[in-house]
Design a protein around this ligand. Sequence first.
Ligand code: ADE
Ligand code: ZN
Length: 343
Amino acid sequence: MTSPTPTALAPLLRAMPKAELHIHIEGSLEPELIFALARRNGVALPHAGVEALRAAYAFTDLQSFLDIYYAGASVLLQEQDFFDMAWAYFERAAADNVVHAELFFDPQTHTERGVPMATVLNGLHRACLQAQSRLGISASLILCFLRHLSEEAALQTLEQALPWRHLFIGVGLDSSERGHPPEKFARVFARCRDLGLHLVAHAGEEGPPAYIESALDVLRVERIDHGVRCTESPALVQRLAAAQVPLTVCPLSNLKLRVVPSLADHNLKALLDAGLCATVNSDDPAYFGGYINENFVQIFSALPALTRQDAYTLARNSFKASFAPPAAKQAWMQRLDEVFAAA
Ligand code: ADE
Ligand code: ZN
């Protein structure tokens, strides 16, 4: 298959300020860092080296990815490991002109291995503080519950995290989607809502449009992560557009996990044309072949119908859909206008 002509919009896509709202920080662990941390912590890995590990990144669906992703996270043991992982992400995000990032983390992947919640949260939080002070990136954390585990386990995880409630702004729902509908987590999301946490959930990635509806109606989430299968239901598209529910779309993830057969088949243009508040994000960049700018450049190259106006809308949507304070959103949007006026 020939690759598409690179988009002429690439310099602008790279330069425009943007927010990243869908990044699993464990999915930013590059093979080199996995092996460095394994050595530091004396953890044995099934793959012989960096190249052998990269060669295993040939996914057939979400589950085939998750098996490797959880194995990669097994090298994270000390607070410094969590810091180093997040700091490596922030340096790449700064290079991509990300000015605000809301990072997902999966505490159960770590607490199940005996890593204390404090270790995870303190390491990630310290990296967020340094991102602000050294890179000018505003950063916050969203705690995700693993949907292949029970709601009871999610409730226990929430209780374990509550002493550090001030260190995260919201909760999400990730991991294996099919067979684990949002309503399985109705009680824990209701409790999080009472606590004043922001609410998001993965839905409509591999799962049906009905999962997007129950994430909205039962969990009462403010954003849908992925959500690309919404276009199978015109009524749902209308609803998402009318309510301006943000979708955090991840093109390279959708390609690598075979949600779409090729980027040319991706529905990002259709989502924008339908008036949805779509955003572009990287999901698990170390595993899917690129960080946020690579997602922008590759999807714009594969879909020549995407315009300069679409680029502006996507960047603007990323600020609009963020959980940042209104004054910060306003300032980033103004900076965005300046970059577009000058380009
Ligand atoms: N965890 C990390 N990446 C994920 C994805 N794309 N979908 C569901 N869970 C995930
Ligand atoms: Zn995701």
